[in-house]
Design a protein around this ligand. Structure first.
Ligand code: SF4
Length: 260
């Protein structure tokens, strides 16, 4: 890529780390992406939870179920035509579970200090880190806690990948350099809002800056955009344009052939 100001988000960086060819399709050639229903499902739930907590951050003083009904109906109007009956029922059940949790512990709401916090940080004159933090809360022990809502069913995968939360911890540290520790959690919406949590020391937080500078150098000097096919190619937006991915998944091989 030519030398220019590079903007990286967590997902853009991860795309490069997972498969340079996918990065090239997505961010250099800018090929259109597919719209999957599970993305819409995630967006819908994010909107409900964001709008709900925003109301209380802005001083709302009515029972939780009243506010939830209002924000759910509003978001539903926007998303109902894009979701199957099954996902609509599941979304309702997930929010119902959340209301049950809130009725047992009302402090969940009062701890939240920010939602959908956008950031755009110049790390140096060549790299900007941008993105959005789903939720920030201040825990009872005084530790600031960054959270990201996840609609994936697979918990195991999340337990081995804290790059996103560490990036958010770094963003908060840059805002407030007196922080010496930040807690980070994935909130698993399909697992009754279970928290998968890790605490980041100052050393952890500072280490991510060096990593991003390295990734930015790698991306800026990349020329070959090699494919790294895995089973996940099946979910790649660009599989139709990728011979390596199709070959890996044995797609496009005609059935009924009898000779090689
Ligand atoms: S199909 Fe697989 S190998 Fe090809 S670009 Fe997508 S992730 Fe990479």
């Amino acid at each position: 890529m030519p030398e220019e100001l590079l903007k990286l988000s967590v997902s853009k960086t991860k795309t490069f780390l997972d498969c340079a060819k996918k990065f090239h399709f997505s961010y250099v050639l800018k090929l259109p992406k597919k719209e999957y229903e599970f993305h819409t499902f995630g967006k819908f739930l994010h909107k409900v939870l964001e709008d709900f907590h925003l109301k209380y951050l802005n001083g709302e003083n009515v029972p939780f179920h009243t506010t939830m009904t209002e924000v759910y109906k509003n978001a539903f109007l926007e998303y109902k035509d894009k979701l199957s009956k099954e996902l609509k029922s599941e979304a309702f059940e997930i929010i119902n579970q959340y209301l049950k949790l809130l009725s047992k512990d009302k402090t969940i709401v009062s701890k939240v200090s920010d939602v959908e916090k956008k950031f755009e940080l110049n790390i140096n004159d060549k790299l900007i880190l941008n993105g959005m933090i789903d939720r920030i809360q201040l825990d009872d022990d005084g530790v600031i806690h960054v959270c990201d809502y996840k609609t994936t069913k697979n918990k195991k995968y999340m337990k081995n990948d804290f790059m996103q939360l560490l990036t958010y911890a770094y963003i908060l540290y840059k805002d407030n350099p007196t922080l010496t520790k930040v807690r980070g959690s994935y909130i698993m919406l399909r697992h009754n809002f279970e928290f998968i949590t890790k605490e980041f020391s100052l050393e952890d937080i500072l280490s991510i800056e060096e990593k991003y500078l390295g990734y930015a150098d790698d991306i800026s000097s990349e020329l070959l955009w090699r494919a790294s096919p895995t089973k996940l190619c099946d979910y790649c937006d660009f599989l139709d344009s990728c011979e390596e991915g199709k070959k890996f998944l044995n797609k496009g091989i005609k059935t009924g052939l009898t000779s090689w």
